[in-house]
Ligand binder design. Structure first.
Ligand SMILES: [Cu+2]
Length: 150
């Protein structure tokens, strides 16, 4: 029994050491990443997937010290032009996957002091209406990430 317990704890540690995924309430947060940008850039965006295994919820805020301001954005098409727009909250349907990705929903990082270097990690606090709060580690990535268009 003790051996089983020890190996379970060891497995839990091994998993958390390179955790890319987070969970709060019924919501799993998969692969939080942000677009790496040069030091002259003042803005970037963070992306991730919310896998909801429970009732409908909402992402109501995101906060981080990485930039002066953090906003939840969507993309809208106005007169054939794609534009970003801030939204108060992001609806997450029951038992669904909500993807934040380039060209769609994203978490906007505004007022970066020194861009966002490839490989930089920063904490991002997410607040869901029902599931509550969770802090995820976002990794800045560039290059050929799935979903990027070049
Ligand atoms: Cu934006």
């Amino acid at each position: 029994m003790k051996a089983i317990l020890t190996s379970l704890i060891a497995a839990a540690f091994a998993a958390s050491a390179w955790a890319h995924d987070y969970k709060v309430g019924a919501i799993e947060i998969d692969h939080p990443w942000a677009r790496a940008v040069p030091s002259s850039a003042k803005t970037s965006a963070a992306y991730m997937t919310f896998a909801n295994k429970g009732a409908a919820d909402k992402l109501v805020s995101a906060s981080s010290d990485v930039a002066k301001e953090i906003q939840i954005h969507t993309m809208v098409t106005e007169a054939g032009v794609m534009k970003m727009r801030e939204i108060k909250s992001l609806d997450i349907a029951a038992n669904s996957k909500t993807e934040l990705k380039p060209g769609g929903y994203h978490i906007m990082l505004i007022g970066l002091p020194d861009g966002l270097k490839d490989g930089t990690k920063f904490p991002l606090k997410l607040k869901f209406e029902k599931a509550g709060e969770v802090t995820v580690t976002v990794v800045a990535e560039k290059g050929s990430h799935a979903g990027h268009k070049h």
